[in-house]
Design a protein around this ligand. Structure first.
Ligand code: SAM
Length: 208
């Protein structure tokens, strides 16, 4: 069935399930976000951008391939060791086991970031901390925002503009929501002149 082929081969869903980690149709690492969110990210140019990530994974490898620099924290020792062995030099991965220190890791440093991803422990607290370290014009991504409406409310109340990307994603059999929270001056460069680009499995029509 065409629909299943697009999901399984095009998006790499079947490969992700077999590997137990999120990968795209060519086997490259991707974040564990919904496919609509990933399609949107594919259109942006992050080469000059810095990224902070609460919760490491194949996402850390993805961001280190796409952005100038990535700082990521992870609470699980075994997972930390596994990801650390694959990282490129533009990535700093830190093991932070203490759930109290975890959200404060970002505010304990002076650095600000263009993109901050909340996808690990203590999401509401991490959202509050992320607001303090977002560069003006930047973007915060809250994954599983449908499970973490308190965190989403913190970011909305912080003045960011919310766009919810609900749908299927790698590995999981259920739908969920990856939410983007844009600073009002958001203006990241695009990778292509045309936007939106055709998504995976699109018909490729060009009408105007
Ligand atoms: C939902 S995961 C997201 C991690 C990362 N941001 C990503 O997009 O891949 C949140 C936490 O689950 C654990 N984790 C990540 N990937 C995993 C996997 N494939 N299997 C089991 N645990 C995983 C890690 O401790 C991680 O911090």
């Amino acid at each position: 069935m065409a629909l299943w082929r697009i999901l399984s081969r095009g998006y790499g869903y079947g490969r992700s399930v077999r590997a137990g980690v999120p990968v795209d149709g060519t086997g490259q690492p991707i974040p564990w976000f919904t496919y609509p969110a990933l399609e949107y990210l594919n259109q942006l140019d992050f080469r000059g951008k810095t990224v902070f990530e609460f919760g490491a994974g194949n996402s850390t490898l993805y961001w280190s391939n796409r952005a100038a620099r990535v700082v990521s924290i992870e609470h699980d020792q075994a997972w930390y060791e596994r990801i650390r062995s694959k990282l490129k030099p533009n990535c700093d991965l830190h093991l932070v086991k203490d759930p109290v220190r975890y959200p404060a890791f970002i505010t304990d440093r002076a650095e600000i970031f263009d993109v901050i991803i909340v996808d690990g422990l203590k999401r509401r607290e991490c959202c509050a901390a992320a607001l303090q370290r977002l560069r003006p014009g930047g973007l915060i991504i809250l994954d599983n925002a449908d499970w973490h409406s308190g965190g989403a409310a913190v970011l909305r109340c912080g003045g960011l503009l919310e766009v919810d990307m609900t749908g299927f994603g790698p590995i999981a059999w259920f739908t969920t929501t990856t939410s983007f929270f844009f600073h009002r001056d958001f203006d990241f460069p695009r990778l292509h002149e045309r936007q939106p680009m055709h998504g995976t499995g699109a018909l490729g029509h060009l009408v105007d």
